[in-house]
Ligand binder design. Sequence first.
Ligand code: FES
Ligand SMILES: [Fe+2]
Length: 374
Amino acid sequence: MRLCCSHDNLVGLPRDPRADEYPMPTVPYGWYAVLRSAELRPDRVVSLHYFGRALVAFRGADGQAAVRDAHCPHYGAHLGVGGKVVDGTVECPFHGWRFAADGRCVNAPFAVRTPKVSLGGFPVREHSGLIFVHTGPVAPSWEVPEIPEAGSRDFAEPIDDTCRARIHIQEMRENIVDESHFHFIHGQSEPPVQDWRTDGPFAEVRGRISRRVLGWDINNTFDAVMYGPGVMVVRTHGPVLSVTAVALSTPVDDRTSELRMLYYLRKPARAPFLTPALKLVFRAEALGEVHEEVRIWDYKIHQPRPVLLPHEKGIKALRRWYAQFYPSGLPIAPSSDVASPAEAETSDRTGGGGDSTAPSQDVRQRRREPTGSN
Ligand code: FES
Ligand SMILES: [Fe+2]
């Protein structure tokens, strides 16, 4: 959560305490985007708050981004409140101790010997204009691949929108396989046809979106690829517009999650001058839909055993895939059986799954081998 978040949608109706109860841990293991690269200038300390922890980000002497705990081990000052970057270290504002990008204390004024203490922190990667951190008990075993649109001249600078919701990030991700909501929130004439595939920490869902505009049905296809629990790239192609949406979901604390959406619009090849107008129109429509969802998320509860209709089986499949990002042995594998219409009416929950575990060629190509950690 950037400390200057643009929306505050957490006001309004009283909340049922059950809306903050989840059977799964707040922070699934995986990679999360915490900043865009441009937001971390070499001379700046940026305060962050994610995973229930106060954090600071800064760049080391070699320019590499570091994300570390914010509180100084000496006497507890917050390094983001008056701290500064000096020679690639972050200097505490209280007594001048300095910490390198790997967290080690490298200088403590008036000390005979520099104390052997460190700031906690995360493995960090930076690409696609984003700074990612990894959470988990062991070194990362997979990577988020590059997002080509982020560096392509064929795409406009992204529309960038950040909001928060009082919901677990898993529920944010379930949204893409919640077929029925596409009609009510996104104006689809009917639920999109979805094709669900998984490959370890990656998953992919494909479908068709049809939207009625001025009496015309405009057909689009979409391809959503999930890279672990916190990163999803949705490519939508259509006769009028092609958009790549990067959905970045990050736990803030045990009640709140952040959703940062970056929309990369492909510039019209024959009329690139139309791009600003297209962005304006798209922004108004897309952000309105997201904020409508956020409002629903703020008040919904987690249903461990939702009553699912046959075409909603993707929710069950996604939960089964997502369980891999929690510590094994936790009783979080949901048994949200898919009900036939008759079963749904009687809440008689029997039935089965339906997800394919055969990865598409695309998903397999996007998977990478482990590269170690910081
Ligand atoms: S509290 Fe940071 S140097 Fe003393
Ligand atoms: Fe949605």
